[in-house]
Write a protein that binds this ligand. Structure first.
Ligand SMILES: Nc1ncnc2c1ncn2[C@@H]1O[C@H](COP(=O)(O)OP(=O)(O)OP(=O)(O)O)[C@@H](O)[C@H]1O
Length: 321
């Protein structure tokens, strides 16, 4: 078997990367029929490492890390004739789950040669790429707390994080946003607790949380959460577990190709594929259909695109109440 060249951007800071070394990764790739160049230099900015990967002679570029790492590498591959491989070493690994890439790293590498290229949509907000979702409001505040906890995992920080989480739940901050979908004619102003713009739509299926079978419908989905008390949170979690949450009265769902989200604030804290950052409004979202090629296991019977479409139906729009 002729070895295939692969360039691997390995993020040793990702949630489940502990214990892996560049040498052990190279060995696993060699056993799977790859000639791997492993970049494990976490001292350099991830964006710079991703750019270097995009200019490497390898046809396959692997992001070995969590969703943040995958998005950073995918951003650099945009417009390049390269294929992205996702090696899940993060905490959530949402894209890997959507693509049905094995979450076990050994299996992900050993089955990589059997995977097929598949094109997926790319989301963009103010020039920044996202593969999963952008959230503003409640979630980024909690995510920023989670990052702080990762850097300071002591008992006191855990306790203050829990206190902070509880306070945000019981003393909520609402956000007034104006949403403009697919042009100026379609504008509404909402008061929301949190708002997410997702690349494609979440499936409504038993036991599937924030998962998408279809990543190529060419549509953004807006999920606006009007309120989020403890009872709403419980109801939504149970709803997701049993596969019935789209009609929840706390949610407003819309689909669009372009979205402009405006607020009175000078800067908004946003969570872009799990990474928290400040963005200056308005937030202009677009979707680029089929703009990224990724390796994924061949779909099993029952997981084809058409059946996936049924799984993510009805894609209805509920009027804001
Ligand atoms: N684009 C980026 N630029 C700089 N640092 C990043 C970027 N993306 C991720 N990181 C950092 O790399 C580390 C690992 O992030 P990554 O998202 O890969 O893994 P994770 O958070 O464990 O997994 P997941 O996002 O799947 O839950 C984190 O400290 C994160 O802040």
């Amino acid at each position: 078997m002729h070895p295939l060249r692969i360039h691997v951007v390995f993020n040793a800071h990702s949630g489940t990367a502990a214990g892996l070394t560049p040498a052990s990764l190279r060995e696993r790739f060699a056993a799977a029929g790859f000639d791997a160049t492993i970049d494990s230099d976490t001292a350099r900015p991830l964006s710079e490492r991703a750019q270097e990967a995009a200019s490497s002679p390898a046809d396959i570029i692997a992001a070995a890390g969590g969703d943040g790492t995958v998005t950073a590498v995918a951003s650099a591959l945009r417009g390049r004739d390269k294929v992205l491989a996702v090696l899940p070493l993060g905490t959530a690994n949402l894209l890997a789950r959507d693509l049905a890439v094995p979450l076990d790293i050994e299996e992900a590498i050993s089955t990589l040669r059997d995977m097929q290229p598949r094109t997926i949509d790319i989301g963009e907000v103010n020039g920044r790429l996202f593969l999963h979702k952008v959230v503003i409001g409640f979630a980024p505040a909690v995510a920023a707390g989670r990052e702080h906890l990762r850097d300071n995992p002591d008992f006191g920080t855990r306790l203050s994080f829990l206190r902070f989480f509880w306070r945000r739940l019981t003393h909520p901050h609402d956000l007034r946003v104006t949403l403009q979908r697919d042009g100026a004619d379609n504008t509404e102003t909402l008061r929301v607790r949190s708002i997410a713009v997702a690349n494609n739509a979440y499936d409504e299926e038993v036991g599937r949380f924030f998962s998408r079978r279809r990543l190529d419908r060419g549509l953004l989905t807006i999920y606006a959460l009007r309120h989020l008390g403890l009872f709403d949170l419980l109801r939504l979690v149970v709803g997701m577990a049993v596969g019935r949450w789209r009609d929840d009265e706390a949610l407003i769902i819309h689909e669009a190709r372009d979205v402009r989200l405006s607020t009175q604030r000078r800067l908004v804290q946003a969570m872009v594929d799990g990474e928290v950052e400040k963005i200056r409004p308005p937030l202009d979202f677009r979707i680029h259909p089929h703009a990224l090629t990724v390796l994924a296991p061949v779909a099993q019977p029952g997981e084809t695109a058409d059946e996936g479409e049924i799984a993510s139906a009805p894609h209805h729009e509920r009027a804001s109440a």
